[in-house]
Design a protein around this ligand. Sequence first.
Ligand code: SF4
Ligand code: SF4
Length: 152
Amino acid sequence: MAAADYRSRPTEVYASVPEACGSMIAPRSVPSVIDVEYRVPCCPIDPFEFIETLTRALYGSNATQSTRTMCGDCKRNETGCFYGEGTMCLGLVTLAGCGARCVNLGRPCNGCRGISPDANLESARESVERYGVSVEAFDKALEMFNQTNPHR
Ligand code: SF4
Ligand code: SF4
């Protein structure tokens, strides 16, 4: 779902809003507009994952693609959880595959791989609230990489 105030964003960038911004439409994810067979998630993408996806597209593959969320990978890295400090982390609902890269570097996940199809958003919101983090802020943070959020 696009941020509710997206139409006011150009005024934050331009002193004089270009005419083209007058016909702005809400941003949408590419798969919500056209059929997409392959995608390389993450921002920026991982070069190895790009090669793997390209190989899959060119030669096919019967390797399963995981849809799990990131917390399991994070725990295997034996790092602490940000929620213990009352800090929001989107790894709770984010598609695993990066090895919890940001958490390993000491910063919370901001969900650049997108929401996992296995994510339980209702349960995640309950956990977020239990740890004293604003559910509204959590939903807002999800808008960064999930312009079309089917769970909301
Ligand atoms: S919420 Fe974030 S820090 Fe906590 S376990 Fe999940 S990925 Fe790791
Ligand atoms: S930890 Fe989160 S924000 Fe960082 S690369 Fe992985 S999915 Fe993206």
